[in-house]
Write a protein that binds this ligand. Structure first.
Ligand code: ADP
Ligand code: ADP
Ligand code: MG
Length: 454
């Protein structure tokens, strides 16, 4: 039984967690930095505690203060949201040591999957198809050279501790390898405090398709189908949909089964996501990483399955059994999510700050908005640019696309540039309508536009 839950995050995901907890009859505690005093989640939480100055290392990542806040408020559980401390095994252990329920998987699973090179090696051993590449972290440039020549260019060098679309370098041919290798090692050290890098084949024109999994502490693991997250800018997702418009039922079933195998192999006991690269030509899919947390785009899965992933993540952490067997999880219709970021697409998606002089959210049938802001809210300059997620549901993909166009047109934000106009272009693009778009889509349509303007 959880009675009081501390939410160790901010923005829309803090609001989402508070909503789930309240609907389960659980009290909530918000923690906020000095820059977030006026945030929506602070108003929604039953009580809130200031945990320090704006920089992440002094507040949302400073876990001694967060644990102290949990103890002083009498919280018995902590939800880390996504980002921040969500995939920090030491934090999960520190919670346990204080008898606080960490809403996430067991620390050993976080540790195994958190190091991306190790995760790939473990998954290969478990029989999960992985992208051809190095077994673990690269030992030297010479090793990278031999391996790249063997698997063929292009290849990608990734930071083993990377995440959030950062710490990747694509290498087109052997001439670029030496510089790319040294730059990747330096960047990894700077950005993640871990210089380990690994190498894999760079798949041309793939889709990013991921499977939602859910496990409990009694050894049950199920999947809740896929999300197609191929609309990305700079390897970061911008729009996600489920089901994927291109998967055959056979591939869908195979991916789901493999994802469950992957999760079981680390005794996974929470909500998590297995990410794959999907090659539409060969219909092959390859594991790239697992995110051991709730994901930004989880509402898309909630809309097609009717399962409240946040509530189930909390309930399984408290020891409850999963309510549904695999065959009882059914999907219906189609859902699409747009990330509404305070970013200027005209300026290379540069994050923007400012005050929301106007903020009118869409509504009506089949429309859900998960948001962390309100009219008059001033966006602090310290954190990520996600303001809201617009999610729509429709009986068919065509219905969902038309509903999304309607809802995007209703969404009015003034005072700061957002990704809304860019999403309006995407949802009207013939290639998006066809559904076979790949991770290169945004780069190509942006280039098209530049070419047309010349
Ligand atoms: P999702 O994987 O849920 O689709 P993102 O990849 O956008 O979401 O990541 C969610 C948030 O977590 C973002 O704010 C991102 O910057 C952050 N994040 C994810 N992994 C890391 C990491 N290893 N280090 C730092 N930030 C990360
Ligand atoms: P992160 O931890 O930052 O989420 P991922 O390993 O999940 O990093 O990769 C982020 C994105 O980069 C993927 O969604 C995909 O678009 C692209 N990507 C990653 N690996 C490959 C690959 N081997 N070939 C082609 N694209 C890739
Ligand atoms: Mg990823």
């Amino acid at each position: 039984m959880i009675r009081k839950l501390l939410v160790a995050n901010r923005g829309e995901i803090a609001v989402r967690v508070i909503r789930a907890a309240r609907e389960l009859g659980i009290q909530t505690v918000g923690v906020f930095s000095e820059a977030d005093r006026d945030a929506l989640f602070v108003r929604y939480a039953d009580q809130s505690v200031c945990i320090g100055p704006p920089p992440l290392s002094d507040s949302y990542l400073f876990y001694q203060n967060i644990l102290a806040a949990a103890q002083s408020t009498g919280a018995d559980a902590i939800h880390p949201g996504y980002g921040f401390l969500a995939e920090n095994a030491s934090f999960a252990e520190a919670c346990r040591a204080l008898d606080l329920t960490f809403i996430g998987p067991a620390p050993q699973a976080i540790r195994k999957m958190g190091d991306k090179a190790t995760a790939k090696r473990l998954m290969k051993e478990a029989g999960v198809p992985t992208v051809p590449g190095s077994e673990g972290v690269l030992g030297s440039l010479a090793e990278a050279r031999t391996l790249a020549a063997e698997i063929g260019y292009p290849v990608v060098i990734k930071a083993t501790a990377g995440g959030g679309g950062r710490g990747m370098r694509i290498v087109g041919d052997g001439g670029e390898l030496e510089n790319a290798f040294h730059a990747a090692v330096n960047e990894a050290q700077q950005a993640f405090g871990d210089s380990g890098v690994y190498l894999e084949k760079f798949i041309q024109d793939p889709k990013h398709i991921e499977i939602q999994v859910l496990g409990d502490k009694h050894g049950q693991v199920v999947h809740l189908f896929e999300r197609d997250c191929s609309i990305q800018r700079r390897y970061q997702k911008l729009l996600e949909e489920a089901p994927s418009p291109v998967l055959t039922e056979a591939t869908r079933a195979a991916m789901g089964e493999i994802a469950v195998t992957a999760a079981r192999s680390v005794r996974y006991d929470s909500a998590g996501t297995i990410e794959f690269i999907y090659d539409g030509r060969s219909r092959q899919f390859f594991f790239i990483e697992m995110n051991t947390r709730i994901q930004v785009e989880h509402p898309v899965t909630e809309m097609i399955t009717g399962v409240d992933l946040l509530q189930w993540q909390i309930r399984v952490a408290a020891g409850e059994r999963l309510p549904l067997r695999q065959e009882e999880i059914v999907r219906r219709g189609h859902a699409i999510e747009c990330r509404i970021n305070a970013e200027d697409p005209q300026k290379g998606f540069l994050p923007q700050t400012g005050t929301l002089s106007q903020y009118i959210v869409p509504g009506g049938p089949g429309v859900r908005v998960d948001s962390g802001v309100y009219p008059g809210y001033a966006i602090p300059p310290f954190y990520d640019s996600l303001l809201a997620k617009l999610v729509v549901w429709g009986e068919t993909r065509k219905d969902a696309v038309l509903r999304l166009q309607r809802a995007l047109d209703e969404f009015i934000i003034e005072g700061v540039a957002t990704t809304i106009p860019f999403h309006q272009r995407i949802v009207r693009h013939p290639e998006f309508h066809r559904g076979a778009y790949t991770t290169d889509f945004i780069r190509r349509i942006t280039a098209e536009e530049v070419a047309n303007a010349c």
